[in-house]
Design a protein around this ligand. Sequence first.
Ligand SMILES: [Zn+2]
Length: 267
Amino acid sequence: MRNEDLKLINGALIEAIPATLAKGRGNETRRLLAQHEWLLRRKADGRFIAACTGSNFQLLLRDSKTRHQCETFLSNPAFPESESLRTVQAMLDFLGVDRAYGQQHDLSLTAEPPALSFAGFDRYRRPLWLHENAAKSWQRMQNASNHDGIILDAISGYRGHAYQFGIFKRKLARGQTVSEILKVNAAPGYSEHHSGRAIDIGTPGEPPAEESFENTEAFSWLREHAQDFGFRLSYPRDNPHDINYEPWHWYFAGGTLVPTVLRDYRD
Ligand SMILES: [Zn+2]
């Protein structure tokens, strides 16, 4: 199966990933993964809750709430972008984030896509999930950089709203206020990572997400070539979003067409 045929299916409360990409811990989990096509993960806490094939599923967490969530997801996994925006607005209201937040930071509310494509593995050997075209373009860009002797690795790609909401809930529980957290973390819904089009890029030997990345050959290579693959630097120094300089964070702004310049790198 080609990489781009491997999908993450994004539902309202649950996401499904191909069982072949999951690493099972324990004999029972490994047996379940070998027998089923999909692994279901609960978005709120990131826990793997069931394995399934078609509408047939086996629970990893045996409680009636989890069973009900799985049945609901499998009967209709569709989670339209409009629904995803309503859900994240409820998270923002729960946190009491000012409705003018987006305008103040020149950021727009970003929906979660209904599905994401497998884009290889990240630095930590976790599956990297990206928007379909971003996934293709990222892999072409990686091949092209390898050709020039530069290794690019992914630190992080798609992250859902619940992930960002979870950061806020953990910090609130430790006694921080929402306005303190907002100085360091984007409000749920306002991270480019929600779109599946943003990647934090690194290179071996370099710590993840540090400003020193700008002194690497990998960064110089990206400055010169990333735009040919549809990627741009989102947060240069003194950006209008009031976000710290992030030389590692690149956004795929390309459309559905593959620019002709990429033909050399097709495999
Ligand atoms: Zn980032």
